[in-house]
Design a protein around this ligand. Sequence first.
Ligand SMILES: *Cc1c(COP(=O)(O)O)cnc(C)c1O
Length: 253
Amino acid sequence: MPDGHAHAGGQPGQPGRPEEAGRRAELEANLSRVRDRIRRAAEAAGRDDEPHLIVVTKFHPASDVRLLAGLGVTEVGENRDQEASAKAAELEDLGLTWHFIGQLQTNKAKSVARYADAVHSVDRASLASALGKAVAAQGRIRPLDCLVQVNLAQGAAPGRGGALPAEVQPLADLIAGTPGLRFAGLMAVAPLGEEPAPAFGRLAEIAGDVRERHPGATMLSAGMSQDLEEAVAAGATHLRIGTDVLGRRRTVR
Ligand SMILES: *Cc1c(COP(=O)(O)O)cnc(C)c1O
């Protein structure tokens, strides 16, 4: 990058990249606020475990993910294969855990299985089968953790993706019976137009039922920037936080 007059307000001649130091400080402050909120919510809920923080880095550059890793973040979430696969390749040296959390087309299963440690958004049998085939073809050593995404919308409310509650158990059984996949638990996004607490309560209830048949499926992925407290109260083990760590997503493309 040409380095001529781009230092307005910075320190000319210093290679320390002041704008990166500024971004690092911003991310550090945001992270610390979010971690405090999680700790307080866990305490208020009388939990002695601390939920995992997955920082959702979609729409933010790989350079931000690198800064986050330097600040102790070990788990990141992405929702589009094209963006996620490029970042995972560029940041391979960091040893991060990659969570795929977005709607997934069956024809992208092969790509996602290459870099993802967990897929939170399994919502139909055809996707579970495609992921199973992809893992088998790649000879992956560790099984791919798969969560069933549950649609928590009620009545005529618009859904935000996921299998209907009645479809969860058969889908869980299918994943558990697919070599190369591990049924890890459930994921949901709070429905629009309803308080998150009762919706997460329903999710926790479904999770309890599913664990009777699949006791190892202990992951409960729920809670975003706006509703992490309610999710922690409902027993979420994995929180997916984007905006409150990274700031607003730029809406480029
Ligand atoms: C973007 C996204 C998040 C993060 O949401 P924020 O409100 O930015 O914290 C969490 N879960 C899913 C499925 C997402 O797509």
